[in-house]
Design a protein around this ligand. Structure first.
Ligand SMILES: Cc1cc2nc3c(=O)[nH]c(=O)nc-3n(C[C@H](O)[C@H](O)[C@H](O)COP(=O)(O)O)c2cc1C
Length: 185
């Protein structure tokens, strides 16, 4: 397979205490800022974040009990009517598997269903549940997370390696050139 040298990736996240924002910045760094052209907070950008890219990476934490992060909760009704057919989306989510073991990263599952209902193609970045200790999650389908699950509260030492491994999985799934290969002019 010939690796692609160029790709426009957009990143959008919602974050209440900054953990998801930090993860988004790490993902951008890991994939390479030459590919990830924007990294936006859904609180500021709203549905503009969903304008066409080759790939959109969408991140959310989970709050209340099994609810979307507040800014996403406000933004989601405004996404109605968007036509995301043909838009490829990969997801990541932050949560706390010990204190919220029945709703671990539910927000990622809620966003998955919303974006799927708008026609998005969500076939990238599924992630193994191995190494986590939760009971239930709306983000698990067919025994795998629909995207990268991170738990900064209980497994902070695993966040960076998980991001690294997930980004390298995404690169392989996208046929994207390995890190360090310069973007074509
Ligand atoms: C009041 C409260 C409710 C939470 N509810 C959940 C939950 O239902 N499921 C979950 O996985 N994590 C839950 N969390 C954990 C957060 O998702 C986690 O701290 C996350 O890293 C926050 O990311 P953010 O700072 O980017 O918003 C909750 C945390 C708090 C303080």
């Amino acid at each position: 397979m010939v690796n692609r040298l160029s790709m426009d990736i957009g990143l959008v996240y919602g974050s209440s205490t900054g953990r998801t924002r930090l993860a988004a910045e790490r993902i951008r760094e890991e994939l390479g800022p030459e590919f990830v052209r924007s990294c936006s907070d859904i609180r500021c950008c709203g549905r503009r974040a969903f304008e066409a890219e080759d790939l959109l990476i969408v991140g959310a934490s989970t709050w209340s009990v099994g609810e979307l992060q507040t800014d996403w909760e406000r933004a989601v009704p405004h996404l109605d009517g968007l036509d995301l057919r043909g838009t490829r989306i990969a997801l990541f989510g932050l949560g706390d598997q010990h204190n919220y073991r029945d709703t671990f990263v539910d927000g990622m599952g809620l966003l998955h269903d919303k974006l799927a209902s708008l026609g998005a193609r969500l076939d990238l970045g599924a992630w193994s549940v191995d190494g986590y200790g939760f009971r239930e999650s709306l983000a698990v389908r067919d025994g795998r997370f629909v995207g990268l699950a991170l738990d900064d509260e209980n497994q902070p030492e695993l966040t960076a390696p998980r991001i690294r491994a997930w980004c390298s999985q995404l690169r392989a799934e996208l046929g994207l050139a390995p890190r360090g290969v310069v973007r074509a002019a």
